[in-house]
Design a protein around this ligand. Structure first.
Ligand SMILES: Cc1cc2nc3c(=O)[nH]c(=O)nc-3n(C[C@H](O)[C@H](O)[C@H](O)COP(=O)(O)OP(=O)(O)OC[C@H]3O[C@@H](n4cnc5c(N)ncnc54)[C@H](O)[C@@H]3O)c2cc1C
Length: 304
């Protein structure tokens, strides 16, 4: 119930406007976000790099009200790509399709994504948003992938459709990031039971690792903090004889830091996603919903 309430809060515009004004809320976000500015995120990426961990940055913000805003997002990321290169960071970018104008049409978002891919040799990642956007997001990915190899896609294990979606994508040799899924979806389309979501995650990881064993070139990114998902992936990779270079673990900034270091030190590819920007409220509520125990952390900020 608490998870549902937090996910509801994540979509409430009044709360999104009012709560971030409180200092205790701002303070509490520090755990998950080094700061609102891009350079705050890039400084953290440099620190991660020194720990042998590569990084992804993402500008927070969801549904836009005009295409001018989508152009501003593209301009922002083009600057980010230049800053990443100048600062010699092992950092890539990840973007929500709605930030590229998806609500104004698939072509709008596709064109902007292609522009970003053309500006860098590194992989540009597409986040997966709520289920209403999945078909369009797959279309965008397929179209850009035909022209550019440096585009990667996030898929969500909680959706019943995802196994079939992945099957249809495999011939493209895709770079795929598997996540469990962060939105509130109905049982008709998403597994309500966590055990089924976990089973789906492992099955998707296995499909990607098998594709790699069979000569595919796509990288599998396992974006999870769940130790069982991590050990299952390593077990499968061993069993299939797939090299560690073929896959990568990814976590969110501020979550399971010790595990991030442990994996990096053990020689696994490890990447951390660092978010920044002023529109952090919906994203922050989704992080609390993933682990309502984090509310204790917020409560401590209120008292202390
Ligand atoms: C790199 C990255 C990119 C992502 N991109 C997307 C995306 O594009 N679309 C999308 O829908 N979702 C995305 N997510 C979020 C994802 O869907 C999950 O909601 C999130 O990762 C939590 O699931 P989990 O796999 O860690 O497992 P869970 O079963 O939720 O958690 C396993 C364990 O991890 C720890 N943990 C998990 N979350 C937290 C937290 N917030 N705070 C503290 N501890 C925690 C806890 O110990 C928990 O027991 C992304 C996640 C990552 C790491």
């Amino acid at each position: 119930m608490l998870r549902d309430a937090l996910l509801w809060a994540s979509t409430n515009p009044t709360l999104a406007q009012k709560l971030p004004r409180y200092r205790f809320v701002q303070k509490a976000t520090k755990r998950f976000m080094p700061g609102e500015d891009r350079q705050d995120a890039l400084n953290e990426c440099a620190t991660l790099g020194a720990r042998g961990i590569s990084s992804t940055i993402t500008l927070l913000g969801e549904n836009l009200t005009s295409l001018d805003e989508a152009d501003a997002v593209v301009a922002h990321y083009l600057d980010s790509l230049r800053a990443i290169e100048e600062q010699g960071l092992r950092t890539v970018i990840s973007i929500k399709p709605t930030q590229l104008g998806l609500d104004f049409g698939v072509d709008e978002a596709t064109r902007r994504l292609a522009q970003l891919c053309a500006a860098t040799p590194t992989t540009v990642w597409i986040d997966m948003e709520g289920s209403a956007y999945v078909d369009q997001t797959l279309d965008i990915f397929r179209t850009v992938k035909r022209e550019r190899s440096n585009v990667g896609l996030c898929i969500q294990a909680y959706l019943r459709r995802t196994a079939a979606d992945l099957e249809s994508l495999l011939p493209l040799d895709p770079d795929i990031r598997i996540v469990k899924g962060a939105y509130n979806e109905p049982e008709s389309i998403a597994f309500p039971d966590k055990r089924d979501v976990d089973r789906s995650f492992v099955a998707l990881a296995e499909s990607l690792l098998r594709a790699r064993r069979d000569g595919g070139r796509g990288t599998a990114v396992l974006a999870t903090h769940d130790p069982r998902m991590i050990s299952e992936t390593n077990r499968l990779a061993n069993e299939l004889g797939v090299d560690r270079e073929a896959y990568e673990f990814s976590m969110l900034f501020g979550i399971q830091r010790n595990e991030q270091d442990r994996l990096a030190r053990a020689g696994y590819r490890m990447r951390v996603l660092v978010s920044y920007g002023s529109a952090w409220f919906p994203w922050y509520m989704r992080r609390l919903a993933e682990r309502p125990a984090n509310l204790w952390f917020v409560a401590k900020q209120m008292i202390g």
